[in-house]
Structure formats: structure tokens, C-alpha cells
Write a new protein. Structure first.
Length: 199
């Protein structure tokens, strides 16, 4: 084989090998069920092929949980995650970076660092429930709860409860210090989807 042909093949081969890695993205994924977190309370980064449906698939692989996709007029529809099947006005919905996309999950292409949340929700006349995000504040042992609506509009999670080490602390204003603790901190608020967990 000539040296030139060899180098062309080598470069071509390297490019081919790069294709799958270049297409995949690193995405934070969490799945919140009806009564408990199904996957990724701390929003781990997973390698995801391309879109929000692929993100669920990667989580299912990492967490060994079941999900089912049905075909509908609008395209692929996730009608079950874990134990619960969608029905009536309840079922499985997703957000990307806090916003609920108005299209199916296979249509939402993800980028590195995106945050995908799949969750069980009951929709009413005003849309779905707010989702909670918990952030550490700059002060030691203090946290901030953010509630986001379907459009990603953020408001303080007033009245949320923070749970840590088998105790719970009320965040009247949405922000609170929980004192020294060992475990992860999470937040809940009536009518909202539980938060991520933070150290
Ligand atoms: C009820 C409803 C829901 C319920 C479904 C509960 C159930 N029983 O399964 C819940 C709240 C779970 C839901 C979820 C979502 N929905 Co919806 N939903 C509707 C609504 C209001 C009525 C559908 C219906 O009952 N039709 C009557 C029955 C007889 O017909 P059907 O074909 O059997 O209906 C089924 C499918 O529509 C399916 N379905 C519901 N939503 C969606 C969304 C997509 C993308 C797909 C592929 C299928 C699907 O569930 C229905 C019941 O089984 C429609 C609006 C409308 N007026 O059509 C929006 C609508 C279909 N939903 C929409 C969207 C965007 C979503 C979500 C992608 C939102 C999100 N960001 O998560 C998710 C789906 C994610 C997933 N799981 O894959 C859009 C679809 C737009 C598009 N061009 O893709 C619509 C048109 C609303 C809108 N105008 O934006 N939805």
C-alpha cells in the first residue's frame, strides 16, 4: 500500500471513529415518578444520543427502569415510565432546562449541559404542576427553592419543605438554612413536582 493511500485511509478511519462520539451529548437527567424519584435525584450527567427521548432511554439503561413508547398521530409518545401508565389528563411529560417544549421528545435536540426532567403530571386548565429546583445559596447550609411553570417562569418556592437527615424545615420565603447536616437535601411543596437533591 502506498504511503499516501495509507494516510488517507488512516485519516478517514479516525473521522469515522469520531462520528458517534461527536453526535452524543452530556446531559443531566432526572426522572420523577408519581410518589418517588425514579432516577437521578442529583441530576447525573449521562451520555445521550441526541434528543429528550434518547435522554429517557439513557436513564432507563443506567437506572434499569422500564418505559414504553406508543405511536400516536403526533409521533412517539411515552405512555409509561416505571409502574404507571398515562390515562385521562395524567401522564408523563418532560422539560428541558425548566421549560416544557410544545412538541414530542424526539423533536427536541439536546446540547451539552442541558437538564432534562421527565415527570408524572396531571394537567388542568392552567397546564401542569410547577417543578421545583433546589440550589445551594452562598451561605453555608442554606438553600433556595425555585418553582418553575411550564414556560420556565421562576418564582421562589414559598412554603416548600426541605428534607434532610430525617427532619424537615419550612422555607417560608423559599429560602432557608437547615443547619449542619450529613445527607442530601431535597424540597417538596404541595401541588409541585419534588426537587433535585443537593449536598
Ligand atoms: C391530554 C393531553 C396530554 C396528556 C395525555 C394523558 C394520556 N391520557 O395519555 C399528558 C398531560 C400526559 C400530555 C403529555 C404531553 N403532551 Co399532550 N396533550 C393532551 C391533549 C390536551 C389531549 C389529547 C387527547 O386526549 N386527545 C384525544 C384522544 C382520543 O386522541 P389520541 O390521539 O388517542 O390522544 C392521545 C395522544 O394525543 C397522546 N398525547 C398526548 N400528548 C401528546 C404529545 C405528543 C408529542 C404525542 C406524540 C402524543 C401525545 O395522549 C393522548 C391520550 O392517549 C392534546 C391537545 C389536543 N387537543 O389534542 C395535547 C397535545 C397532544 N400534547 C402536546 C404535547 C406537546 C405534550 C408533551 C410533549 C408536553 C411535554 N413537554 O412533555 C407531553 C408528551 C410527552 C410524552 N409523554 O411523550 C401537544 C402536541 C403538539 C405536537 N405537535 O407535538 C398537544 C397538541 C397540545 C398542544 N397544543 O401543545 N398531553
Amino acid at each position: 500500500m502506498s504511503r499516501r493511500l495509507f494516510s488517507v485511509l488512516a485519516v478517514g478511519g479516525a473521522a469515522l471513529m469520531l462520528v458517534p462520539a461527536a453526535l452524543a451529548v452530556g446531559v443531566h437527567v432526572r426522572v420523577e415518578g408519581k410518589t418517588r424519584t425514579i432516577f437521578g435525584s442529583t441530576e447525573p450527567t449521562l451520555t445521550v444520543k441526541a434528543n429528550a427521548l434518547d435522554a429517557l432511554d439513557s436513564a432507563s439503561l443506567a437506572g434499569e427502569f422500564y418505559y414504553h413508547v406508543a405511536n400516536s398521530g403526533f409521533g412517539p409518545y411515552v405512555d409509561q415510565i416505571g409502574r404507571y401508565v398515562a390515562g385521562g389528563s395524567s401522564g408523563w411529560v418532560f422539560k428541558v432546562n425548566g421549560v416544557s417544549p410544545p412538541v414530542g421528545a424526539d423533536r427536541v435536540t439536546l446540547g451539552d449541559g442541558d437538564r432534562v426532567l421527565w415527570y408524572w403530571a396531571t394537567f388542568g386548565p392552567t397546564g401542569g404542576p410547577p417543578t421545583l429546583t433546589l440550589r445551594r445559596s452562598t451561605r453555608r447550609d442554606c438553600y433556595r427553592v425555585i418553582a418553575q411553570d411550564d414556560n420556565g417562569k421562576s418564582t421562589p418556592g414559598r412554603g416548600a419543605r426541605l428534607h434532610v437527615d430525617r427532619r424537615s424545615v419550612l422555607a417560608r420565603t423559599g429560602s432557608v438554612c437547615v443547619g449542619r447536616h450529613r445527607g442530601l437535601v431535597t424540597a417538596t411543596l404541595k401541588g409541585a413536582v419534588r426537587s433535585n437533591a443537593v449536598r
